[in-house]
Ligand binder design. Structure first.
Ligand code: ZN
Length: 292
C-alpha cells in the first residue's frame, strides 16, 4: 500500500466538502484557489458549481494552477415516470459527459437515481424493480455515448437508506453485476466509484473490491461514519472521527490495483460547513497523511 504520510500528493477534495464555509455558499473559483494555496493537486467539482462559474473559465483556471480532476459529479438520475422524462435524463447525461470531457475528468460519477419524484417528496411510482430496469437501460444508452467521447462512467453504489430517493443501486456487488452485464470486456469505460460512507458496512466488501479489479475501480471517496449520525444526508464525519476502517479498505483497493486519489467528500451541514474553509482543508490534509 502507498505511504500517504510524507505528503498529500494523492489527496483530492470533492468541492462539496467546502462548498459552504462559515455557513455561506462559496463560489467554485474561490474553492479552487483555496485548494491551490494548500498545494492540493486534485479536486472533484459538481455540475451546478461549474455551471455557475462557467465551464471554460473553470477549465482554464484548473489548467493554470495545474490541478487535475479525480472525477466529475455527477450524472445519473435515469428513472422517470414517462418516456419524455427518460429521454430528458439521457440528454442531460450526454451534456454531463461533454462537460467532464472539457474538464479532462478521469470519469463521470453516476448517482443513478431511484423512484422518480421521491427526492422532491412524492414518488411517481413505487416499483423499485422498474427503477432498477430504467437505470440499467439509462446506463446502457449513456455508455455508448461515453465510449464515443472516451469518458468512463463510474457507478456509485449508495447506502440503502438512500434507495428511495437517490440511488437504487446499493451494494458494490449490484454495481459490478451491472458493469459485467453492460461491459463484459472490462474495457475500462464502465466501473464504480467506491465511497466508504456508502459501503463500509457490507460483509462482502473485501471480496467485491477484489472482484472489481483495476479496470472497474475508477474513484475512491473517503470520509467517516459518525455515531450517532444526526442527519441521513449531511452529517458525514472527518476521516478518523468515526468507525470506518479506512486503512483496511484502502489496502483492499490498492491490492486490487487502484492507484488513484483518495477524494475527501464530506457533507456536513451542522458541523464542518459552519467552520472556516482553510481550517477544513488543513484538517483534510492532516487526516489524509495520518489515517486515510
Ligand atoms: Zn461519493
Amino acid at each position: 500500500m502507498r505511504d500517504f504520510s510524507p505528503n498529500h500528493e494523492w489527496l483530492s477534495i470533492n468541492t462539496a466538502t467546502i462548498r459552504k464555509q462559515r455557513g455561506a455558499e462559496v463560489p467554485l473559483g474561490r474553492i479552487i484557489d483555496q485548494c491551490a494555496a494548500h498545494d492540493i493537486r486534485a479536486i472533484s467539482p459538481w455540475r451546478d458549481q461549474v455551471a455557475a462559474a462557467g465551464l471554460e473559465a473553470t477549465a482554464r483556471q484548473l489548467k493554470a494552477l495545474d490541478i487535475r480532476l479525480s472525477g466529475y459529479c455527477r450524472g445519473g438520475f435515469f428513472p422517470a415516470p414517462d418516456a419524455a422524462g427518460l429521454k430528458a435524463a439521457l440528454e442531460d447525461n450526454r451534456r454531463a459527459i461533454d462537460e467532464a470531457k472539457a474538464l479532462d475528468a478521469p470519469c463521470l460519477v453516476l448517482v443513478v437515481g431511484a423512484l422518480p419524484g421521491a427526492l422532491e417528496g412524492q414518488a411517481a411510482y413505487k416499483n423499485i424493480a422498474r427503477a432498477r430496469a430504467e437505470v440499467r437501460d439509462g446506463i446502457a444508452a449513456s455508455l455508448e455515448y461515453a465510449r464515443s467521447a472516451g469518458m468512463p462512467l463510474a457507478i456509485e453504489p449508495l447506502h440503502p437508506m438512500q434507495a428511495a430517493d437517490r440511488a437504487c443501486i446499493n451494494t458494490l456487488e449490484h454495481a459490478l453485476d451491472l458493469c459485467d452485464e453492460l461491459d463484459p470486456q472490462r474495457s475500462g469505460m464502465l466501473g464504480v466509484a467506491l465511497d466508504v460512507y456508502h459501503v463500509w458496512w457490507d460483509p462482502k466488501l473485501a471480496e467485491q473490491i477484489a472482484r472489481a479489479g483495476r479496470e472497474r475501480l475508477l474513484a475512491y471517496h473517503v470520509c467517516d461514519w459518525l455515531t450517532p449520525t444526526r442527519d441521513l444526508l449531511s452529517d458525514r464525519g472527518m476521516m478518523g472521527d468515526g468507525v470506518i476502517e479506512l486503512r483496511k479498505i484502502r489496502t483492499w483497493m490498492e491490492d486490487a490495483g487502484y492507484a488513484g486519489d483518495a477524494e475527501v467528500e464530506i457533507f456536513s451541514a451542522i458541523d464542518w460547513w459552519q467552520r472556516d474553509g482553510d481550517e477544513m482543508l488543513a484538517t483534510c490534509i492532516a487526516r489524509h497523511t495520518s489515517v486515510v
